[in-house]
Design a protein around this ligand. Structure first.
Ligand code: NAP
Length: 273
């Protein structure tokens, strides 16, 4: 790595800035293409001032995660239409001091799904109605996938369904048996099953409801195989791991950061496969 007066800095704002595994992913990708960029963590204590720092220090871009994905929007100059619709930003690009927000969560999830299955003739049952669910729901609706949104708090599922369109069904988890069909793609977007969630051994889907023809995706990345995916594996379903969404949303971020075709093999290897 040759840091010099032309090196462009890409920073990361988020509560996971000390534990994120994405530094190796982006820096190895940039080095593999001989790009003069460096991807580094920032410890943010005042978001508004940090954003001004991005503008005035000529920082090229910022990756954003919780707790800043929504809060940062009010400090930006422009939102890409996808980020605007989702109501959250996970990338900020500095174009000549004009800060523009984007969101790659939906496109990343969609690509992870499409590398495992065709969406033709499938319906999706989305579990959860939080920020990630919102990004994924809009992306699925854009490609014409019939959608049901189920959530612990049904009013949040209803609000998300209404934001997307009149054909989107919604409910709570008691609607699961009636929602699932052999052609259903199930996507868990809740932290249930995640390490540190207090629900490490739980799954929202009783395993007897899983059928071999179903596709089951869990966007939780830690552990790699959640209890939902373990049950889906035992039942012979097609699996989609949260790591693949993480990879693809990162690949799409890389394209925004650099304007260059992402080196997919390098990025996949940096993520461990
Ligand atoms: P969020 O906005 O806080 O939404 C959380 C959702 O999970 C809500 O629908 C909430 O339901 C539901 N939920 C929380 N605890 C639950 C429980 N005990 N039982 C049932 N439902 C529960 O969070 P988010 O930003 O969408 O993130 C959700 C998960 O996705 C996290 O694990 C995050 O790490 C993961 N994620 C992964 C990627 C990736 O690239 N793989 C990207 C983004 C996020 P209520 O409305 O009822 O509270």
């Amino acid at each position: 790595m040759n840091i010099n007066g032309h090196t462009k800095i890409i920073g990361f704002f988020g509560s996971t800035y000390q534990t994120s595994k994405m530094y190796a992913l982006y820096n190895s990708a940039m080095q593999s293409l001989d790009l003069n960029y460096l991807y580094v963590p920032f410890a943010v204590d005042d978001l508004q001032r940090a954003v001004e720092g991005v503008r005035h220090l000529g920082i090229a871009a910022i990756g954003i995660t919780i707790p800043y994905k929504v809060a940062i929007m009010s400090y930006l100059d422009e939102l890409d239409p996808t980020a605007q619709r989702i109501g959250a930003v996970n990338v900020v690009i500095n174009r000549d001091k004009r800060l523009i927000g984007y969101n790659t969560d939906g496109s990343g999830a969609l690509q992870a799904l499409q590398e495992a299955t065709s969406l033709a003739g499938k319906t999706v049952c989305l579990l959860g109605a939080g920020g990630a669910a919102r990004a994924i729901a809009f992306a699925l609706s854009d490609v014409g996938c019939p959608l049901t949104i189920l959530n612990r708090t049904p009013s949040a599922a209803q609000a998300l369904a209404n934001a997307i369109g009149p054909d989107v069904a919604w409910g709570d988890y008691s609607a699961l048996p009636a929602t699932l069909a052999p052609t259903t793609i199930i996507i868990n977007t809740t932290p249930v099953g995640m390490l540190g969630s207090g629900q490490e051994t739980a799954s929202l889907v009783p395993s007897e409801l899983l059928q071999p023809s179903m596709v089951v995706m869990d966007i939780v990345t830690n552990p790699h195989e959640t209890p939902l995916l373990q049950a889906a594996c035992q039942r012979g379903c097609t699996l989609v791991y949260g790591q693949r969404m993480l990879l693809w949303q990162g690949v799409h971020k890389f394209a925004l950061y650099t304007g260059v075709e992402p080196p997919l093999a390098v990025m996949a290897a940096a993520m461990g496969g």
